[in-house]
Design a protein around this ligand. Structure first.
Ligand code: PLZ
Length: 449
């Protein structure tokens, strides 16, 4: 296939040579339908051949502006130069020995960097896995081992993965859970702080509401862990009201419950801080990371208090591929890139541009009920004008229009009515503005007459 690649784009902006999807993408979509299980969905059936900076190039020679980062993964950019160099060097040296058989420095170095970069200056340990879901599962294993308790609390609208335990922790039935039960036991759900839908409830009041339910329906004495996304991802980019996370973490501390931050989507500069917990001054006991950690190579981690992490017996944590050397080389290059290129600050600049552009859309369009998020993790929640009734049809229509015009955007939310924006931090201001010009037009063309 490499011999028939279209020429690489020379400029950074969109280039539409065919309709989207183009003829070669349509051919591949037909092959996918015949070869790939139907259960794997596709947001935008445009087949990629290259991605770099803020763009994705397709098999038909089209260049799309990327506001998705492969679901918040390529935060440093796809094929970021340091990552490419580090992985090339590692792949030629060795691809795998298994850290549990003959270990290697890359894994240890990633653990050291994670212990250093994550919130809190207490003594920490880390353990590496492959996917976000796998790391969440292991955080629960560690919390159970440390506390000798079984129950786990997750929240309304939560997303933690597709494995059996993480399906139980994930809130939304369709498409993640429907038909796949029975689910893991001892998982309980508490109400979140959702400012757009909570009326005047403050963060502290929302925490009291959640704690009351946890206390009465689970009981602290049975509770191993509270697991929460500091800003919810798939559930709708919900930023809890100030004080909510603090109050929950405080209650956990008082009752010996392990407070676990799932920063799979929010971690590594995405929200304008290295980790989203920092915005609220919260120090989690365990922090789960993945996605942005390794620029697209599969890697995830649990990092946390040494006494909790080390409560597990030798051999109790692991996996054949966890902390694969290529992924570790990539992760070290990602962390260098974030620091050396000032990407935390870049995420804040992206937030300013997105806030301004989304604010403009909101002021002219009553379907935009809420603009929210932090850094390069922003969203709009679409509603029926003048209400809070979810409007998934508009989210879908705007996304489809953007896709047709060469901008990769994703939807999310329990009600499917949230358009989310997750550009790689390697995107240029011009590319962002061009993408939002397309979105302006998409909102205008889908507005009711
Ligand atoms: N925790 C907070 O966002 C993954 C899922 C896409 P994995 N989110 C994207 C899909 O439809 O499968 C995610 C997340 C949070 C955990 C996960 C799970 O991470 O690497 O997909 O297992």
């Amino acid at each position: 296939m490499t011999s028939t690649l279209p020429p690489s784009a020379t400029t950074g902006s969109r280039r539409l040579l065919t309709e989207l999807p183009g003829p070669r993408s349509r051919e591949l979509a037909a092959r996918k339908a015949a070869a790939v299980a139907t259960g794997v969905g596709t947001t935008m059936p445009v087949y990629a051949v290259r991605a770099h900076g803020g763009v994705v190039e397709d098999v038909d020679g089209n260049v799309l502006i990327d506001l998705g980062s492969g679901i918040a993964v390529t935060t440093v950019g796809s094929s970021a130069p340091r990552v490419v160099a580090a992985v090339q060097e590692q792949v030629a040296a060795f691809t795998h020995t298994c850290f549990m058989v003959t270990p290697y420095e890359g894994y240890v170095a990633v653990a050291e960097r994670l212990n250093d970069l994550t919130p809190g200056d207490h003594d920490k340990r880390s353990v590496l896995f492959n996917s976000g879901a796998e790391a969440v599962e292991n955080a629960v294993k560690i919390a159970r081992s440390h506390t000798g308790r079984q129950a786990v609390v997750a929240f309304d609208h939560a997303y933690h993965g597709r494995t059996n335990l993480t399906m139980a922790m994930t809130a939304k039935s369709m498409p993640y859970k429907s038909g796949f039960g029975p689910f893991a036991s001892e998982v309980y759900r508490a109400p979140l702080s959702y400012p757009f839908r909570d009326g005047d409830l403050s963060g502290v009041e929302a925490a009291a509401r959640a704690i009351d339910l946890i206390d009465k329906q689970v009981g602290a004495a049975n509770l191993a862990a509270v697991v929460i996304e500091p800003i919810q991802g798939e559930g709708g980019f919900i930023v809890p009201a100030p004080g909510f996370l603090q109050a929950l973490a405080q209650w956990c501390r008082e009752h010996g419950v392990v407070f676990v931050a799932d920063e799979v989507q929010t971690g590594f500069a995405r929200t304008g801080a290295m980790f989203a917990c920092e915005h609220e001054g919260v120090v989690p006991d365990l922090i789960v990371t993945a996605k942005g950690i390794a620029g697209g190579l599969p890697l995830s981690a649990v990092t946390g208090r040494a006494e909790m992490m080390d409560s597990v017996h030798v051999g109790g944590l692991g996996g054949t591929y966890g902390g694969n050397p290529l992924a570790c080389a990539a992760a070290l290059a990602v962390m260098d890139t974030i620091v050396e290129e000032g990407l935390v600050e870049r995420a804040r600049q992206v937030e300013r541009i997105l806030t301004e552009r989304l604010g403009r859309i909101r002021s002219g369009d009553p379907r935009v009920g809420d603009v929210r998020g932090r850094g390069a993790m922003m969203a709009v929640e679409l509603v029926e004008a003048g209400s809070t009734t979810p409007d998934p049809a508009t989210a879908k229509a705007v996304a489809t229009e953007a896709h047709r015009n060469g901008v990769v955007v994703l939807t999310c939310g329990t009600y499917g009515n949230v358009l989310r924006f997750l550009p790689p931090l390697a995107i240029s201001d011009d590319q962002l503005h061009e993408a939002f010009d397309v979105l302006d037009a998409a909102f205008a063309s889908t507005a009711p007459a």
